[in-house]
Ligand binder design. Structure first.
Ligand code: HEM
Length: 166
């Protein structure tokens, strides 16, 4: 972590990535561990994940880390964008299931203590809203999403962290 991640007293100019701000790989791994524990217990989304790969929480942590500016290990070690898209094909995710997935992820973010400043949570929620709506659309019967597309990279958007100059 750089000094910039420690809050308003930052003394460096570079805007940290969302990955750095979140706490790096360990933070995303903690998030997905708690999240999928609850997903598996959930009556609405749990059935979709009954046969999931035991490595799934870790793979999704790798995905999120890369999207938010961390290492490109999902692309280099796990098949990248096309592998992720293929995993959702034919799953017929319903809108209530998508929304429950979002709700459980936000609960997990609170439980593991992801940063709760407005700027981080707005950027995080923005990606999750975008990504889950794509996953929902791509999972519908007959959907033929492009299997090759660039890995998304998410940033702070219109509200990067405010760090008063010295
Ligand atoms: C931002 C939104 C989402 C992201 C970033 C995401 C990410 C991923 C990734 C990376 C994989 C493949 C993991 C691997 O490498 O094996 C995957 C698989 C999967 N996703 Fe998603 N996903 C999202 C939304 C959803 C939603 C909304 C649902 C359902 C409610 C869902 C259900 C699944 C299922 C069932 C699998 C297959 C799991 C398995 O059998 O191993 N995903 N997702």
């Amino acid at each position: 972590m750089t000094e910039a991640t420690s809050g308003a007293e930052a003394t460096v100019d570079a805007v940290p990535s969302l990955y750095e701000w979140a706490g790096g790989t360990a933070a995303f791994e903690a998030l997905t561990e708690v999240f999928y524990r609850e997903v598996l217990r959930d009556d609405l989304v749990g059935p979709l994940f009954r046969g999931m790969d035991p490595g799934h929480p870790k793979y999704v942590a790798m995905w999120l880390a890369e999207v938010f500016g961390g290492p490109d290990s999902y692309s280099t070690q796990r098949g990248g964008y096309s592998h992720m898209v293929r995993q959702h094909l034919g799953k017929a995710i319903t809108e209530p299931q998508r929304r429950r997935w979002v709700n459980l992820l936000m609960d997990a973010a609170d439980e593991v203590g992801l940063p709760d400043d407005p700027e981080f949570r707005a950027a995080f929620a923005s990606y999750i809203e975008w990504g889950t709506r794509l996953a929902h659309a791509n999972s519908q019967p007959g959907a033929e999403p492009p299997l090759k597309a660039p890995m998304p990279h998410w940033g702070w958007g219109v509200a990067p962290p405010y760090r008063p100059s010295k």
